[in-house]
Design a protein around this ligand. Structure first.
Ligand code: FMN
Length: 334
Protein backbone atom coordinates (compact mmCIF):
# COMPACT_ATOMS: atom_id res chain seq x y z
CA UNK A 1 0.00 0.00 0.00
CA UNK A 2 2.94 2.36 0.60
CA UNK A 3 3.34 4.15 -2.72
CA UNK A 4 5.21 7.14 -4.01
CA UNK A 5 2.46 9.58 -3.12
CA UNK A 6 1.40 7.97 0.14
CA UNK A 7 2.39 10.81 2.47
CA UNK A 8 -0.17 13.24 0.99
CA UNK A 9 -3.03 10.76 0.80
CA UNK A 10 -4.77 12.84 3.46
CA UNK A 11 -3.79 16.29 4.67
CA UNK A 12 -5.19 19.14 6.72
CA UNK A 13 -5.29 22.45 4.86
CA UNK A 14 -3.37 25.57 5.80
CA UNK A 15 -5.81 27.86 7.61
CA UNK A 16 -4.84 31.28 8.92
CA UNK A 17 -5.64 31.78 12.58
CA UNK A 18 -6.55 28.07 12.90
CA UNK A 19 -3.67 25.73 12.06
CA UNK A 20 -1.21 26.98 14.64
CA UNK A 21 1.21 24.72 16.58
CA UNK A 22 -1.39 23.95 19.30
CA UNK A 23 -3.94 22.86 16.74
CA UNK A 24 -1.39 20.74 14.93
CA UNK A 25 -0.25 19.11 18.17
CA UNK A 26 -3.83 18.12 18.89
CA UNK A 27 -4.50 16.89 15.36
CA UNK A 28 -1.38 14.75 15.52
CA UNK A 29 -2.85 13.01 18.55
CA UNK A 30 -5.90 12.23 16.39
CA UNK A 31 -3.90 10.87 13.44
CA UNK A 32 -0.28 9.74 13.19
CA UNK A 33 -0.14 9.85 9.41
CA UNK A 34 -2.20 12.76 8.12
CA UNK A 35 0.05 15.49 6.73
CA UNK A 36 -0.45 18.81 8.51
CA UNK A 37 0.15 22.26 7.03
CA UNK A 38 0.98 25.49 8.79
CA UNK A 39 -1.09 28.56 8.04
CA UNK A 40 0.42 30.79 5.35
CA UNK A 41 3.62 32.44 6.55
CA UNK A 42 4.46 35.69 4.68
CA UNK A 43 7.89 35.28 3.08
CA UNK A 44 8.62 38.94 3.68
CA UNK A 45 8.20 38.54 7.44
CA UNK A 46 10.69 35.66 7.53
CA UNK A 47 13.07 37.64 5.33
CA UNK A 48 12.87 40.54 7.78
CA UNK A 49 13.93 38.34 10.67
CA UNK A 50 10.67 37.06 12.15
CA UNK A 51 11.37 33.46 11.19
CA UNK A 52 12.05 32.25 14.69
CA UNK A 53 8.58 33.19 15.93
CA UNK A 54 6.78 32.21 12.73
CA UNK A 55 8.48 28.88 12.05
CA UNK A 56 8.75 27.43 15.55
CA UNK A 57 6.78 24.23 15.98
CA UNK A 58 6.61 21.12 18.15
CA UNK A 59 8.74 18.09 17.22
CA UNK A 60 5.61 15.92 17.62
CA UNK A 61 3.89 17.60 14.65
CA UNK A 62 5.61 15.61 11.89
CA UNK A 63 4.85 15.09 9.10
CA UNK A 64 4.36 18.84 8.81
CA UNK A 65 4.62 21.19 5.84
CA UNK A 66 5.12 24.94 5.92
CA UNK A 67 3.30 27.21 3.50
CA UNK A 68 4.80 30.49 2.35
CA UNK A 69 3.16 33.41 0.63
CA UNK A 70 5.35 35.62 -1.52
CA UNK A 71 6.58 36.39 -5.00
CA UNK A 72 10.17 37.49 -4.48
CA UNK A 73 12.54 34.70 -5.56
CA UNK A 74 15.27 35.68 -3.10
CA UNK A 75 12.87 35.84 -0.18
CA UNK A 76 11.27 32.52 -1.06
CA UNK A 77 14.65 30.82 -1.51
CA UNK A 78 15.60 32.10 1.94
CA UNK A 79 12.32 30.80 3.36
CA UNK A 80 12.86 27.39 1.77
CA UNK A 81 16.29 27.19 3.42
CA UNK A 82 14.82 28.25 6.74
CA UNK A 83 12.10 25.60 6.41
CA UNK A 84 14.80 22.96 6.13
CA UNK A 85 16.75 24.41 9.05
CA UNK A 86 13.60 24.33 11.16
CA UNK A 87 13.00 20.70 10.25
CA UNK A 88 9.83 20.90 8.15
CA UNK A 89 9.01 18.06 5.80
CA UNK A 90 7.81 20.11 2.82
CA UNK A 91 7.69 23.70 1.59
CA UNK A 92 4.52 24.86 -0.09
CA UNK A 93 3.88 27.99 -2.12
CA UNK A 94 0.50 29.69 -1.79
CA UNK A 95 -1.06 30.38 -5.20
CA UNK A 96 -4.64 30.38 -3.94
CA UNK A 97 -5.26 33.17 -1.46
CA UNK A 98 -7.55 35.83 -2.94
CA UNK A 99 -7.35 38.51 -0.22
CA UNK A 100 -6.79 42.07 -1.38
CA UNK A 101 -3.86 42.48 0.99
CA UNK A 102 -2.17 39.46 -0.54
CA UNK A 103 -2.95 40.68 -4.07
CA UNK A 104 -1.40 44.03 -3.20
CA UNK A 105 1.82 42.13 -2.44
CA UNK A 106 1.43 40.34 -5.82
CA UNK A 107 1.19 36.88 -4.38
CA UNK A 108 -1.45 34.27 -3.60
CA UNK A 109 -4.10 33.46 -6.24
CA UNK A 110 -3.18 36.35 -8.55
CA UNK A 111 0.04 34.45 -9.36
CA UNK A 112 -2.09 32.07 -11.45
CA UNK A 113 -1.91 34.76 -14.12
CA UNK A 114 1.89 34.53 -14.08
CA UNK A 115 2.87 30.88 -14.51
CA UNK A 116 6.37 31.87 -15.64
CA UNK A 117 6.99 33.74 -12.40
CA UNK A 118 5.65 30.83 -10.33
CA UNK A 119 7.98 28.50 -12.23
CA UNK A 120 10.91 30.79 -11.38
CA UNK A 121 9.89 30.89 -7.72
CA UNK A 122 9.64 27.12 -7.57
CA UNK A 123 13.04 26.76 -9.27
CA UNK A 124 14.64 29.11 -6.71
CA UNK A 125 13.01 27.31 -3.80
CA UNK A 126 14.09 23.93 -5.11
CA UNK A 127 17.63 25.12 -5.50
CA UNK A 128 17.65 26.33 -1.91
CA UNK A 129 16.41 23.15 -0.25
CA UNK A 130 16.28 19.38 -0.55
CA UNK A 131 12.72 19.41 0.79
CA UNK A 132 9.89 18.77 -1.66
CA UNK A 133 8.51 22.05 -2.99
CA UNK A 134 4.78 21.93 -3.66
CA UNK A 135 2.19 24.42 -4.91
CA UNK A 136 -1.34 25.00 -3.62
CA UNK A 137 -3.52 26.62 -6.22
CA UNK A 138 -7.06 27.15 -7.51
CA UNK A 139 -8.63 25.89 -10.74
CA UNK A 140 -8.43 29.43 -12.10
CA UNK A 141 -8.97 33.10 -11.42
CA UNK A 142 -11.35 35.74 -12.82
CA UNK A 143 -11.30 35.44 -16.62
CA UNK A 144 -9.85 31.90 -16.62
CA UNK A 145 -13.15 30.10 -17.23
CA UNK A 146 -12.10 26.85 -18.84
CA UNK A 147 -9.64 24.06 -18.04
CA UNK A 148 -6.85 25.22 -20.37
CA UNK A 149 -5.39 27.95 -18.17
CA UNK A 150 -5.11 25.47 -15.28
CA UNK A 151 -3.46 22.87 -17.50
CA UNK A 152 -0.93 25.36 -18.91
CA UNK A 153 -0.19 26.68 -15.42
CA UNK A 154 0.53 23.16 -14.15
CA UNK A 155 2.54 22.27 -17.23
CA UNK A 156 4.70 25.39 -16.92
CA UNK A 157 5.29 25.08 -13.16
CA UNK A 158 5.96 21.35 -13.34
CA UNK A 159 8.72 22.05 -15.88
CA UNK A 160 10.47 23.91 -13.05
CA UNK A 161 10.40 20.69 -11.03
CA UNK A 162 7.22 20.96 -8.98
CA UNK A 163 5.78 17.44 -8.82
CA UNK A 164 2.92 18.04 -6.40
CA UNK A 165 -0.06 20.34 -6.90
CA UNK A 166 -2.78 20.80 -4.33
CA UNK A 167 -5.79 22.16 -6.12
CA UNK A 168 -8.68 23.92 -4.41
CA UNK A 169 -11.37 22.94 -6.92
CA UNK A 170 -12.89 26.39 -7.10
CA UNK A 171 -12.04 29.48 -9.08
CA UNK A 172 -11.05 32.61 -7.14
CA UNK A 173 -12.67 35.94 -7.95
CA UNK A 174 -10.06 38.53 -7.22
CA UNK A 175 -12.45 41.48 -7.43
CA UNK A 176 -15.68 41.79 -5.53
CA UNK A 177 -15.61 38.67 -3.35
CA UNK A 178 -14.06 38.47 0.12
CA UNK A 179 -11.74 35.53 0.99
CA UNK A 180 -14.65 33.97 2.92
CA UNK A 181 -17.02 34.29 -0.05
CA UNK A 182 -14.26 32.90 -2.26
CA UNK A 183 -14.45 29.65 -0.26
CA UNK A 184 -18.17 29.19 -1.00
CA UNK A 185 -18.51 30.62 -4.51
CA UNK A 186 -18.14 30.02 -7.41
CA UNK A 187 -19.12 26.32 -7.41
CA UNK A 188 -16.67 23.48 -6.93
CA UNK A 189 -15.47 21.72 -10.10
CA UNK A 190 -13.95 18.43 -9.01
CA UNK A 191 -14.04 17.23 -12.63
CA UNK A 192 -11.30 19.74 -13.51
CA UNK A 193 -8.97 18.34 -10.87
CA UNK A 194 -9.70 14.75 -11.92
CA UNK A 195 -8.91 15.68 -15.50
CA UNK A 196 -5.64 17.22 -14.37
CA UNK A 197 -4.61 13.88 -12.89
CA UNK A 198 -5.58 12.08 -16.10
CA UNK A 199 -3.63 14.55 -18.22
CA UNK A 200 -0.57 14.64 -15.94
CA UNK A 201 -0.40 11.11 -14.52
CA UNK A 202 3.25 11.56 -13.53
CA UNK A 203 2.37 14.43 -11.16
CA UNK A 204 0.90 14.11 -7.69
CA UNK A 205 -2.48 15.80 -7.64
CA UNK A 206 -4.21 16.52 -4.33
CA UNK A 207 -7.80 17.72 -4.35
CA UNK A 208 -9.23 20.25 -1.91
CA UNK A 209 -12.51 22.04 -1.30
CA UNK A 210 -15.82 21.10 0.30
CA UNK A 211 -14.84 17.55 1.35
CA UNK A 212 -16.59 16.76 4.60
CA UNK A 213 -16.07 13.11 5.48
CA UNK A 214 -13.63 10.22 5.13
CA UNK A 215 -16.17 8.51 2.83
CA UNK A 216 -15.97 11.46 0.46
CA UNK A 217 -12.18 11.43 0.76
CA UNK A 218 -12.10 7.73 -0.12
CA UNK A 219 -14.30 8.37 -3.16
CA UNK A 220 -11.95 11.11 -4.34
CA UNK A 221 -8.96 8.79 -4.05
CA UNK A 222 -10.28 6.85 -7.02
CA UNK A 223 -9.42 9.93 -9.16
CA UNK A 224 -6.54 11.71 -7.46
CA UNK A 225 -3.51 10.93 -5.29
CA UNK A 226 -4.53 12.79 -2.18
CA UNK A 227 -7.26 14.71 -0.43
CA UNK A 228 -6.90 17.84 1.67
CA UNK A 229 -9.59 18.81 4.20
CA UNK A 230 -9.84 22.22 5.81
CA UNK A 231 -12.88 23.60 7.59
CA UNK A 232 -14.48 20.26 8.37
CA UNK A 233 -11.46 19.16 10.38
CA UNK A 234 -11.34 22.44 12.22
CA UNK A 235 -14.98 22.19 13.25
CA UNK A 236 -15.00 18.43 13.76
CA UNK A 237 -11.45 17.23 14.51
CA UNK A 238 -12.56 13.76 15.62
CA UNK A 239 -13.12 12.98 11.97
CA UNK A 240 -9.36 12.41 11.78
CA UNK A 241 -9.40 9.68 14.43
CA UNK A 242 -10.35 6.98 11.92
CA UNK A 243 -8.08 8.27 9.16
CA UNK A 244 -5.11 6.09 10.08
CA UNK A 245 -7.17 2.92 9.92
CA UNK A 246 -9.22 3.80 6.88
CA UNK A 247 -6.74 5.62 4.68
CA UNK A 248 -3.30 4.58 5.89
CA UNK A 249 -3.84 0.92 6.77
CA UNK A 250 -2.68 1.41 10.37
CA UNK A 251 -4.31 -1.26 12.53
CA UNK A 252 -3.70 0.41 15.89
CA UNK A 253 -6.86 1.08 17.89
CA UNK A 254 -8.77 4.31 17.35
CA UNK A 255 -8.64 6.50 20.45
CA UNK A 256 -11.81 7.82 22.08
CA UNK A 257 -12.45 11.54 22.32
CA UNK A 258 -11.75 11.34 26.05
CA UNK A 259 -8.41 9.58 25.37
CA UNK A 260 -7.44 12.41 23.06
CA UNK A 261 -8.30 15.09 25.60
CA UNK A 262 -6.27 13.29 28.27
CA UNK A 263 -3.34 12.97 25.90
CA UNK A 264 -3.54 16.72 25.17
CA UNK A 265 -3.49 17.72 28.87
CA UNK A 266 0.28 17.38 29.54
CA UNK A 267 0.95 19.53 26.48
CA UNK A 268 -1.49 22.17 27.71
CA UNK A 269 0.22 22.12 31.12
CA UNK A 270 3.61 22.68 29.52
CA UNK A 271 2.34 25.54 27.39
CA UNK A 272 0.62 27.21 30.35
CA UNK A 273 3.92 27.07 32.20
CA UNK A 274 5.50 28.89 29.25
CA UNK A 275 2.90 31.64 29.55
CA UNK A 276 0.48 30.59 26.78
CA UNK A 277 -3.13 31.37 27.71
CA UNK A 278 -5.59 28.52 28.03
CA UNK A 279 -8.06 29.70 25.33
CA UNK A 280 -5.26 29.53 22.74
CA UNK A 281 -5.32 25.76 23.28
CA UNK A 282 -8.92 25.00 24.21
CA UNK A 283 -10.30 26.75 21.13
CA UNK A 284 -8.94 23.92 18.99
CA UNK A 285 -10.89 21.24 20.86
CA UNK A 286 -14.27 23.00 21.05
CA UNK A 287 -15.60 20.91 18.16
CA UNK A 288 -14.31 17.57 19.47
CA UNK A 289 -17.69 16.26 20.61
CA UNK A 290 -19.57 17.65 17.64
CA UNK A 291 -22.63 15.65 16.73
CA UNK A 292 -22.97 13.74 20.00
CA UNK A 293 -24.89 14.52 23.22
CA UNK A 294 -23.09 17.00 25.43
CA UNK A 295 -21.35 18.77 22.54
CA UNK A 296 -22.88 22.13 23.28
CA UNK A 297 -22.27 21.90 27.05
CA UNK A 298 -18.62 21.00 26.36
CA UNK A 299 -18.17 23.93 24.01
CA UNK A 300 -19.89 26.45 26.28
CA UNK A 301 -18.08 25.31 29.42
CA UNK A 302 -14.68 25.40 27.78
CA UNK A 303 -15.10 28.71 26.04
CA UNK A 304 -16.53 30.49 29.08
CA UNK A 305 -14.20 29.07 31.72
CA UNK A 306 -10.97 29.05 29.73
CA UNK A 307 -11.07 32.81 29.41
CA UNK A 308 -11.16 33.39 33.17
CA UNK A 309 -8.09 34.75 34.86
CA UNK A 310 -5.76 32.01 36.10
CA UNK A 311 -7.68 29.24 34.29
CA UNK A 312 -5.72 25.98 34.07
CA UNK A 313 -6.18 22.39 32.93
CA UNK A 314 -8.82 21.80 35.64
CA UNK A 315 -11.23 23.59 33.27
CA UNK A 316 -10.71 20.83 30.73
CA UNK A 317 -11.00 17.98 33.24
CA UNK A 318 -14.17 19.52 34.70
CA UNK A 319 -15.63 19.90 31.21
CA UNK A 320 -14.83 16.20 30.60
CA UNK A 321 -16.54 15.09 33.79
CA UNK A 322 -19.69 17.04 32.86
CA UNK A 323 -20.18 14.87 29.74
CA UNK A 324 -22.46 11.80 29.74
CA UNK A 325 -20.43 8.75 30.88
CA UNK A 326 -21.27 6.58 27.85
CA UNK A 327 -19.24 8.93 25.64
CA UNK A 328 -16.14 7.76 27.51
CA UNK A 329 -15.94 4.58 25.44
CA UNK A 330 -17.37 5.81 22.17
CA UNK A 331 -14.85 5.33 19.36
CA UNK A 332 -14.97 7.10 16.04
CA UNK A 333 -18.41 7.28 14.51
CA UNK A 334 -19.47 3.68 14.46
C1 FMN B 1 -10.06 30.41 8.22
C2 FMN B 1 -9.38 29.97 6.96
C3 FMN B 1 -8.08 30.35 6.71
C4 FMN B 1 -7.42 29.93 5.55
N1 FMN B 1 -6.09 30.24 5.37
C5 FMN B 1 -5.42 29.72 4.30
C6 FMN B 1 -4.01 29.87 4.19
O1 FMN B 1 -3.33 30.44 5.04
N2 FMN B 1 -3.42 29.34 3.07
C7 FMN B 1 -4.12 28.65 2.11
O2 FMN B 1 -3.54 28.15 1.14
N3 FMN B 1 -5.43 28.49 2.22
C8 FMN B 1 -6.10 28.98 3.30
N4 FMN B 1 -7.43 28.73 3.45
C9 FMN B 1 -8.12 27.89 2.43
C10 FMN B 1 -8.05 26.42 2.85
O3 FMN B 1 -6.71 25.96 2.88
C11 FMN B 1 -8.87 25.56 1.87
O4 FMN B 1 -8.29 25.66 0.59
C12 FMN B 1 -10.32 25.98 1.79
O5 FMN B 1 -10.87 26.20 3.08
C13 FMN B 1 -11.15 24.91 1.06
O6 FMN B 1 -11.09 23.68 1.74
P1 FMN B 1 -12.28 23.17 2.72
O7 FMN B 1 -13.56 23.32 1.95
O8 FMN B 1 -11.94 21.74 3.04
O9 FMN B 1 -12.28 24.07 3.92
C14 FMN B 1 -8.10 29.14 4.59
C15 FMN B 1 -9.42 28.77 4.85
C16 FMN B 1 -10.05 29.15 6.02
C17 FMN B 1 -11.47 28.67 6.29
Amino acid sequence: MIGEFFIRRLSVAPMMACTDPHERYFLRLCSRHTLLYTEMVPAQAVWHGRGERLLAHNPEEHPVAVQFGGSDPRQLAYCARMAETYGYDEVNLNVGCPSTRVQAGRFGACLMAEPGLVADLVACMREATRLPTTVKTRIGIDHQHGYDALASFVECVSRAGCRTFIVHARKAWLQGLSPKENRERPPLRYDRVHRLKRDFPQLEIVINGGIRSLEQAEQQLAFVDGVMLGREIYHNPYLLAEADTRLFGDARPVLTRHDLVRAYLPYVERQLALGVRLPCMTRHILGLYQGIPGARAWRTYLSERSARRGAGTEVITQALSSLPTEIETERAFG
